[in-house]
Design a protein around this ligand. Structure first.
Ligand code: PMV
Length: 354
């Protein structure tokens, strides 16, 4: 689909730097086929503040090599732990770039959100690196036409959900019969949203900041022989068609019903797989119950969603920020590790760094 460009052999050195945000899925991707093809389509809010900032410098190598020459720096320190993941990623994306073995790579990366916050950095990390690679390809081939669709395609090969971090405010990834141009290979922008969603807030309550109990690779695999997988994939496709109408029209009651059901369905899949897992913590349930009570008491359309972990994302329209923050600070921080939470909002995707 995305052929490699012919590069100019006379260019010895190129630099590129991009930031890319994390994203939060409303209809969840859980289950995949090789290579990184989702079992159902998904949609997410692109975030704004939880970002990875990555710079890549490439220098020409005199002789073509058999392997990749990569150095990875995290927070300015040489880091060996990420290298195997990045080598595997380079192997996957090699058919789509012609220069990966002709240059040596110095990759420097930094997350704007706290370390070990339990927020997956793979989506923002692979989106930022993919944007740099697509930009470098442009520079090496004397072109100036950054292709976000290729960046999403490449990011998908690093981490599926990374495909949705390239643009914003909302991204759809995965074939859907009712969504023209939807694709399993790269995410597309969904712009046709009601005013209320354009500055939607996501306050992330950090319930468990440790390593994920189940990696997403293992989680996706558990859907292979799952007794409910077929129904789950159908449910997600139906939720997505329904949610698109809601996002256009601004019906917050329906928005809450669909997105909370998605979050709980994702966790239900993990509770009913073999082996089974409970990824929520008691604090997660406390928060959910408080959110339901707060909604009933105040009529403020505050809702929650969950990733494959115990942290809780609180979603709400910007107009309610004061009341919601007061609620978080008085009732919910007690359930967060070190009383920590992160306030984010809907954003626009990758940006070049000066
Ligand atoms: O991109 P992965 O392989 O880390 O999978 C992400 C899965 C969820 O975050 C649980 C859901 C989603 O759609 O983002």
């Amino acid at each position: 689909m995305f052929k490699p460009f012919k590069t100019n052999a006379d260019i010895n050195k190129v630099e590129s730097a991009f930031s890319a945000p994390s994203n939060i899925a409303l209809v969840k991707y859980w289950g995949k086929y090789p290579v990184q093809i989702p079992a159902n389509s998904s949609i997410s809010f692109t975030l704004d503040k939880c970002k990875t900032e990555t710079s890549v410098e490439v220098n020409k190598i005199s002789n073509n090599r058999e392997d990749f020459k990569i150095e990875v720096f995290v927070d300015d320190k040489l880091n060996a732990d990420f290298k195997p993941k990045i080598i595997k990623f380079f192997e996957r994306v090699e058919p789509y770039f012609s220069f990966l073995k002709e240059y040596e790579f110095k990759i420097s990366t930094h997350n704007t959100f706290p370390h070990s916050s339990g927020i997956a950095s793979s989506a923002s990390g692979f989106a930022a690196l993919s944007a740099c690679l697509v930009d470098i390809e442009q520079k090496l081939s004397d072109k100036n036409n950054f292709d976000k669709s290729k960046a999403s395609f490449i990011a998908r090969l690093g981490s599926g959900s990374a495909a949705r971090s390239i643009s914003g405010p909302m991204m759809i990834w995965g074939d859907h019969s009712k969504i023209k141009e939807s694709s399993n290979e790269s995410a597309i922008i969904f712009r046709d949203i009601h005013e209320t969603f354009k500055d939607y807030q996501d306050s992330i309550l950090l319930v468990d900041k440790g390593q994920k109990q189940v990696s997403s690779t293992v989680g996706h695999d558990l859907m292979k022989n799952h007794p409910f997988s077929k129904n789950r994939f159908n449910q997600a496709q139906n939720h997505l068609s329904d949610l698109l109408q809601v996002l256009k029209g601004g019906d917050l009651d329906q928005f809450i019903k669909i997105t909370e059901s998605e979050a709980l369905s994702l966790h239900a899949m993990m509770m009913t797989s073999k082996p089974y897992f409970i990824l929520m913590k008691p604090q997660t349930l406390e928060i959910i119950n408080h959110v339901w009570a707060f909604r009933a008491d105040t009529d403020i359309p505050l809702s929650f969603t969950l990733d494959a972990g115990a942290n809780v994302h609180l979603l709400y329209p910007k107009g309610h920020i004061t009341k919601v923050l007061e609620f978080i600070n008085t009732k919910l921080v007690q359930y967060c590790q070190n009383e920590q939470y992160i306030c984010d909002n809907v954003g626009e995707g990758v940006k070049p760094l000066a």
